[in-house]
Ligand binder design. Structure first.
Ligand SMILES: C[S@@+](CC[C@H](N)C(=O)[O-])C[C@H]1O[C@@H](n2cnc3c(N)ncnc32)[C@H](O)[C@@H]1O
Length: 212
């Protein structure tokens, strides 16, 4: 049986180049320009940064983070990871499902996950945020783009690519905010990122010092 994660993995294999070429391309999206910059302004040089759902490593790893920090990128798509290894040779990349990847407790100063958690089945997302909170050092930073309104669905020929079926799963932004606060994150910035007739919500938040 084909699972939603199979669809997401195979879909990103197929649309990888249609989604992002090799050149720096932020589409004017404030997540990449302003919000990644804001997160990086809080880090000391040489920090350890995890990029969950890193795609091909552009623009976050290559054009922003790896210039001054150590990047570990995780992606479920073999094509995305193959490209990332070539495009960002200074970073470490793992081809794996982010929900079942093992990282050391408090191993990262910051975690970035842009437009990726929205591909994880909704019933697994709250548990993923719990894992993220354990992977971050106390006081560590999290930047993620998640759902604005609740919606789950699939699209055929995504980005006009023949065979590029894609699957998404969004909670609404209030739910994500609640999950973050429950996990002792302080929300520093919440921003609506318009996209066509809808959009996503970006949260920049900071892990508290509570231990569980
Ligand atoms: C829309 S792309 C965004 C890529 C990159 N973060 C960016 O902003 O350009 C979403 C990425 O998340 C990855 N992804 C989706 N579900 C995943 C999972 N469960 N584990 C790891 N990666 C996943 C996809 O393969 C894809 O490369």
């Amino acid at each position: 049986m084909t699972t939603p994660k199979d669809i997401v993995r195979d879909g990103h294999d197929v649309v990888s180049f249609a989604y992002r070429g090799d050149a720096l391309d932020t589409d004017g999206d404030p997540c990449y320009g302003d919000l990644v910059g804001l997160l990086l302004s809080h880090l000391d040089a040489g920090s350890r940064v995890l990029d969950l759902g890193c795609g091909c490593g552009i623009p976050v790893a290559r054009d922003f983070v790896a210039r001054h920090h150590h990047v570990t990128g995780v992606d479920i798509s073999p094509v995305q990871i193959r490209r990332a290894c070539t495009l960002v040779p200074s970073a470490d990349f793992i081809c794996s499902d982010m929900t079942s990847t093992v990282f050391p407790t408090a191993g990262f100063d910051a975690i970035i996950s842009l437009y990726a958690i929205i591909h994880v089945p909704l019933e697994e997302q709250r548990g993923l945020f719990r894992l993220i909170s354990t992977w971050l050092k106390p006081g560590g930073w999290l930047l993620c783009t998640v759902g604005h309104r609740m919606w789950t669905g699939t699209e055929e020929n995504w980005l006009g690519v023949n065979g590029g079926t894609m699957s998404w799963s969004h909670a609404d932004e209030d739910t994500y905010g609640e999950w973050l606060r429950d996990l002792d994150f302080q929300i520093v910035r919440k921003q609506f990122i318009p996209d066509g007739e809808g959009g996503h919500t970006a949260f920049l938040s900071r892990r508290g010092r509570r231990t569980e």
